[in-house]
Design a protein around this ligand. Structure first.
Ligand code: PSU
Ligand code: MN
Length: 307
């Protein structure tokens, strides 16, 4: 492991004890708190996710940067403050970490930054909502989320509900393949589309049971000890968005973004917020449910990997 002594960081007692004793830990990201959901839903969900993880007998480690210090695990008061600050705080990607520490900033860490930090602090499994990916219109913008490359560079298993349907999901899968990232569907043959369980591009790899999944993950891990893995876990049928409502809201959101010239790091938060407005909160419900679902599966993977 890198020498962490010169890096400003703070690990909660709960998390450091779990790491030291070799108990299962699940990393959680915080851009979904600061930029993915409105207050107070964001704080409530973050607490609920942590509780679900603890119920599974796993220690949750929500990762963020507070006043220029990397936090591995957040105490309840800090978590609430971060939720309140929302989009006023920074969206910290992997490339922004040195800047955030150097300037003493506070913000949510994206999948890219959280995957990197999980690897750095020895946490093997991480759960989120949906990973970032190749944006629609990539041929003009070259907008490809840093999440993809980051996952290929850190030895972390990322559990997600596929890639957000606001993206070009087939191209996202192609990019992950180029980066040598294993993308394995959990009880699905197609890449889940975040709000929707079906309709995505075909996946090459599929595990039918937790046992099968763990076995594949363990072998991949022993062959490629430095690379990340994506476990694609579809949203449940009961909680997914109605596909017509989804398509309508999404095309409206995408055209609003174009008209208003929203791009770069603002694009994903803008589209998520638009989806919430245009579906009258239904997409937010789906978003919450899939995150909880991923936290549960992530916890089980974290436990099983130790056995
Ligand atoms: N998934 C969610 N909500 C989010 C995100 C993912 O359910 O807000 C965030 C993640 O932190 C992801 C980021 O890393 O969006 C991707 O942003 P971009 O496309 O700018 O890389
Ligand atoms: Mn981008």
């Amino acid at each position: 492991m890198k020498n962490l002594a010169t890096i400003p960081h703070s690990i909660t007692e709960e998390v450091s004890e779990a790491i030291e004793k070799g108990k299962p830990v699940l990393a959680l990201e915080s851009t979904i708190i600061t930029h993915g959901m409105p207050y107070p839903d964001n704080g409530e969900l973050a607490r609920e996710v942590e509780n679900v993880v603890r119920k599974e007998g796993v220690t949750p480690a929500t990762i963020a940067v507070i006043d220029g210090v990397i936090q591995i695990g957040l105490d309840p008061l800090t978590l609430e403050k971060l939720a309140q600050s929302g989009k006023q705080s920074y969206k910290i990607s992997r490339k922004d970490l040195g800047y955030a520490l150097g300037k003493g900033l506070t913000g949510g860490t994206t999948v890219a930054a959280t995957t990197f930090l999980s690897g750095l602090f020895g946490i093997k499994v991480f759960a989120t909502g949906g990973i970032g990916g190749v944006h629609r219109g990539v041929s003009e913008t070259l907008d490809i989320s840093a999440d993809l490359k980051a996952v290929s560079e850190s030895p972390v298993i990322v559990v997600c509900a596929g890639a957000k349907s606001i993206l070009d999901v087939p191209k996202t899968l192609e990019a992950l393949e180029t980066l040598n990232v294993m993308v394995i569907g959990y009880q699905t043959k197609t890449m889940p589309l975040f709000y929707l369980s079906k309709g995505g591009p075909k996946l090459d790899l599929k595990a039918d049971s937790l046992k099968e999944l763990i076995s594949c993950l363990k072998f991949q891990r022993s062959l490629f000890s430095k690379e990340g893995i994506v476990v694609a876990n579809p949203i449940s049928k009961e909680q997914e968005l109605d596909s017509e409502l989804h398509h309508k809201a999404l095309s409206q959101g995408l055209s609003d973004a174009k008209r208003l010239g929203v791009e770069g790091k603002e694009l994903t938060p803008f589209l998520l917020q638009k989806m919430t407005e245009l579906t009258k909160g239904k997409s937010l419900q789906s978003n919450k449910s899939l995150i909880l679902n991923n936290a549960k599966l992530g916890s089980r993977i974290a436990k099983e990997l130790l056995s």
